[in-house]
Ligand binder design. Sequence first.
Ligand SMILES: [Zn+2]
Length: 301
Amino acid sequence: MQTMMGIDLGGTKIEIALVDASQGVIYKDRVPTPQHAYNAILDAICALVDKTVSQQKIERPTSIGIGIPGCLDPATQLVRGSNTVVMNGKPLQHDLQQRLGCQIHLQNDANCLAVSEAVDGAAKGCSIVFAVIIGTGCGGGIAIDGKAWTGKNAIAGEWGHNPLPWPSAEEIQVAPCWCGQVGCQETWISGTAFALDHARHTGEKIKAEQIIDMMRAGDLAAQQSFDRYINRLARALASVMNVLDPDAIVLGGGMSNVDEIYQALPNALIRYTFTKPLATPVLKAMHGDSSGVRGAAWLTQ
Ligand SMILES: [Zn+2]
């Protein structure tokens, strides 16, 4: 098996990696995402591929995997559902194939996370894996036997835009999500949403990491914000358990680095699942920030 090339096209950065099946990531580079211009995104991806090929003195690969927020519309092959909104309606796969002269395997970024963690990560050996990205936004992805499960309409796993279940009166009265719906889970359980919720309750406009630091230092308001977050995450994941009942749930993205989540979530989750107890582990992505780009590389196999 030759070295695989993967690209993780995120809302804030574009990352490229060369992945060896046995050694893992052997080369990695990243640039900021030019969020407001589609052509600049294409230029940045092509420049990263050229730089990697030249620096590593390798031949240009015949296929490259790429993970994106959103998916390709199966009927039109145009991007839809991306929170980097300039990509929506654009033939990203076609344009990259034209410009790079190779086959492009494109998949939702949370599906890439699910594949990476199912192949040789935290959920290695698990047949059905539900992976969650809780960072700037919130997405879900499904891997079955190590392969991304896309679904007939390419929306399998797009659970971030389900409404938050069992909403309180406060939770019903929120600003609309960027997708046009109201009450999406993304507006409650992303890292961004965690910080916004804390600001609504306390007037403190601080980052998610700072809230966690304050909680660890014994701050009551920060602890209450975290408790609300856990309860919401539990409700959101209970709906997944009741439909898919996966062998493992894997968390990725910035919030997945908060170790207290893994202590608090199991007890919160069984309050909302149809049956209990649960045998399903909730695991931290083993490959951390690299999981998305690793999963993208595995798409080429
Ligand atoms: Zn939404």
